[in-house]
Design a protein around this ligand. Structure first.
Ligand code: HGY
Ligand code: MN
Ligand code: MN
Length: 417
């Protein structure tokens, strides 16, 4: 069974729409589109129009996710959900998340145009706040989809001091009704996501597509080192309690520890206080993003780091404090769904589909709580760079991804038919 059409035009439309969405940004000269912002609303409005064009009934849920739905051969059937996220990091690329939503719309269009009898409904999800850029905690939209957003989350504040609760209200949503976004697992078939790989492995292997086996678990922390501020000239070294130098020792060890243990750790930001050029820093604050294919490796690495930081701080007469901002444990893709993705890749001429574990986090980590999921990776250009304006995909690879994704959906229609 196939509805495949020459996907060149479809891929060209996806690339053009990625460019148009890139123009909806709060960052002059760059891309930034964060949760519950005017840019979030503008993007939802634009993509809702594209969903409608594809034959989907578009709506926004109580958490700010955008949903397009195509009914099955009877109304109110459980849904096969396709999608990804529409929010971005700061100074982002134009394909992370966005490509998956747009490929899902093209796939749904083909299915809608085919007139096939659908044994389930088909939904396209544009999740909000997969990145956690504005409030620090990530996966808000998909956690709400899974019914896992509680009161503490609504109390988180952005750098301007605005709470999630107030931002929801300003966005026109009712903080007390976020729970309405939760989906009944009995009304879901599965979740499939197309996403750029965000690494160099597919390009290194000369392949355009891959199925995903698991998504690495991640934990994010804010670490504060405290010493004593002092005069940059008058404070002798043996009497200094320099919080920044202590933090720097820990930061360098973070990289060494990650390489040694095969985990992945990144310090994305660091600040010294009071921040005077002629003042010994009394406080240093830095972030830690820690991931691994297996949660036990991630957690063992963190325990080692805590022991090291304790030694540095004892030697330098410093204090330190760790706050965990975010935690999402590793999740495995559903084997049957992964096989459907691999079957889809084979229809594009790749007889031996690659399978990769995802170093990047994705909405599937949250959606897995209510329905099984699988992912299709698309090759990245520019040495796999992502979370950067130079993020790149090839239009031909997008065409292959649409064909493969459509074939995977047709595989599931046949299996459920
Ligand atoms: O951080 C991540 O891995 C994802 O891009 N949110
Ligand atoms: Mn990302
Ligand atoms: Mn992403």
């Amino acid at each position: 069974m196939s509805t495949a059409r020459p996907s060149g035009a479809d891929a060209a439309r996806v690339m053009d729409r990625c460019d148009r969405l890139a123009g909806i940004s709060s960052l002059p000269g760059g891309i930034e589109r964060v949760h519950l912002s005017p840019e979030h609303r503008a993007a939802n409005d634009l993509v809702a129009g594209w969903m409608a064009e594809a034959g989907l009934a578009a709506r926004q849920d109580a958490a700010g996710n955008l949903i397009g739905r195509l009914e099955g051969n009877r109304s109110d059937l459980p849904a096969l959900v396709l999608g990804s996220h529409l929010d971005t990091v700061t100074d982002a690329g134009r394909y992370d998340g966005i490509l998956g939503v747009l490929v899902a719309i093209e796939t749904a269009r083909r299915i809608a145009d085919s007139g096939l009898e659908l044994p389930f409904a088909l939904e396209v999800l544009g999740f909000t706040d997969e990145e956690g850029t504005r409030f620090g905690n990530a996966l808000f939209g998909s956690r709400a989809f899974a019914g896992q957003v509680g009161e503490p989350w609504l109390a988180l504040r952005d750098r301007a001091g605005t709470s999630v609760r107030d931002a929801l209200t300003a966005f026109g949503l009712d903080p007390a009704r976020v729970g309405d976004a939760a989906r009944d697992p009995a009304k879901l078939i599965a979740y499939l996501e197309v996403h750029i790989e965000q690494g160099p492995y597919l390009a290194d292997s000369g392949r355009a597509l891959a199925a995903v086996s698991t998504i690495a678990g991640a934990r994010r922390f804010a670490i504060t080192v405290t010493g004593r501020a002092g005069h940059a000239g008058g404070t002798p070294y043996d009497r200094r309690r320099d919080a920044l130098v202590g933090a720097a020792e820990i930061v360098v060890e973070i990289e060494r520890l990650a390489i040694r243990t095969g985990t992945i750790a990144t310090v994305g930001r660091i600040r010294a206080f009071p921040g005077g050029i002629n003042v010994v820093p009394g406080t240093a604050r830095f972030s830690l993003d820690l991931r691994a294919e297996r949660d036990e490796d991630r957690d063992a690495a963190f325990a080692e780091l805590q022991a090291f930081a304790g030694q540095v701080c004892a030697r330098r007469r410093l204090g330190w404090h760790v706050e965990e901002l975010y935690r999402a444990d590793a999740v495995a893709c559903d084997p049957a769904l992964q096989q459907a993705i691999e079957a889809g890749i084979r229809t594009t001429g790749d007889a031996d589909p690659a399978v990769l574990w995802s170093r990047a986090g994705h909405d599937g980590m949250a959606v897995a709580a209510v329905t099984p999921f699988a992912m299709l990776f698309v090759r990245c250009g520019n040495d796999g760079i992502s979370h950067h304006p130079d993020e790149l995909v090839a239009e031909d690879d997008v065409a292959l991804a649409i064909d493969a994704f459509e074939a995977a959906v047709l595989h599931l229609i046949q299996a459920h038919g």
